[in-house]
Design a protein around this ligand. Structure first.
Ligand code: FES
Ligand code: FE2
Length: 349
């Protein structure tokens, strides 16, 4: 079978859960990075991510495993492992097995997210994930609202959307495409600054979209103009060709009126949600073109691809030039806010 994409799974920090999804002393089965994994929280509150299968006889820690103190306990014969994956106890033997080791992925909890560092060669984290102030300011910003999607497309296809200004007009019917003011790359980070007009029931409003990426797994996007809304967008590879996309939103509080805060936030979240449903069939059904035919006014696609390329530790073989999806993924389209308030870009084209 031909490949869907020339790209392996990128390395970096990726969201593997929202904080509240993994309780103290809980062990959960998860699948990311083409691997089956066990996500758990120790009794001191720290989250950990390990390979799923016990080195003794292969039981899955995430199905019936438990936590004692700061150790993971296998459900099959009770062997215990510390956060580094070293065997610390065999309950029916007087010595541990030094060769019994479970791969552990560095993990941090920040901004209400549990994130893990993936590198195919086990190389230690090469940058840090910052605190995003709006997600750590409960007096100024609303509680986080979340949405999640499984997208049948490789990480790079979703990430490339961030530099594609023109698609907003044609996929989302926004009145004008965002106007890119700057796009700067600094190692694993990017900073994009743009202005954008937003359609609303009361007319078109001038606004801004400012997006910062912290490696391949986390972008924070600040929308201003209507009301300050901050979105953390996290794309975590399930495997080479599939992503778990999670959005976390917070909205600046308008005052003490909780109902108003939450209705303004909900309208924005619903609009972004509908836009994702518009984007999803494009991402899932598009081919990857190694040499796209770009317009002079297209966004900085090649600059983006150069930035993205740094996250592949394994070989990128793009000699086929065109990489097609293996199946069709029909669109599930709802009525979009953009279609209600925006004009149809294809009319009289
Ligand atoms: S398989 Fe895990 S302790 Fe035996
Ligand atoms: Fe989009």
């Amino acid at each position: 079978m031909s490949k869907r994409s020339p790209f392996p799974i990128p390395f970096g920090w990726f969201q593997v859960a929202w904080s509240e999804e993994v309780a103290t002393a809980q062990v959960l089965p998860v699948e990311y990075f083409g691997k089956r994994l066990a996500l758990w929280r120790d009794e001191s509150g720290a989250p950990h991510l390990n390979d799923a299968f016990c080195p003794h006889l292969g039981a899955h820690f995430g199905h019936g495993g438990s936590v004692i103190g700061e150790e993971l306990v296998c459900p099959f014969h009770g062997w215990r492992f510390d956060a580094d994956g070293q065997n610390t106890l065999i309950p029916y033997a007087d010595r541990t097995n030094k060769k019994a080791c479970v791969t552990a992925y560095p993990t941090i909890e920040r901004n209400g997210l549990v994130m893990a560092w993936y590198h195919p060669e086990g190389i230690a984290p090469m940058w840090e994930i910052p605190e995003i102030p709006e997600f750590n300011d409960p007096s100024g910003f609303t509680q986080m609202v979340t949405r999640e999607y499984t997208v049948h497309a490789p990480w790079q296809e979703l990430a490339e959307n961030g530099v594609d200004a023109a698609h907003f007009r044609y996929v989302h019917h926004t009145e004008e495409v965002p106007e890119l003011q700057s796009y700067e790359i600094d190692g694993p980070f990017t900073k994009m600054r743009s202005s954008q007009k937003f359609p609303t029931p009361r007319g078109v409003v001038d606004g801004r979209i400012d997006a910062d990426s912290f490696g391949p797994g986390l972008s924070s996007v600040h929308f201003s103009g209507i009301i300050d809304t901050i979105l953390m967008g996290c794309n975590t590879p399930i495997d080479e060709d599939t992503c778990h996309m999670r959005f976390s939103f917070t909205v600046r509080k308008l005052g003490a009126d909780e109902a108003l805060n939450s209705s303004v936030g909900a309208a924005f979240v619903d609009e972004v949600h509908r836009q994702v449903l518009e984007d999803k069939p494009i991402w899932e059904n598009k081919a990857h073109l190694v040499r796209p035919a770009l317009a002079a006014t297209d966004g900085p696609f090649m600059k983006f691809r150069k930035w993205a390329g740094q996250f592949y530790a394994e070989t990128v073989d793009d000699s086929a030039l065109v990489y097609e999806p293996q199946a069709d993924y029909p669109a599930v389209l709802g009525e979009t806010a953009s279609r209600k308030y925006g004009s149809d870009p294809f009319a009289n084209a």
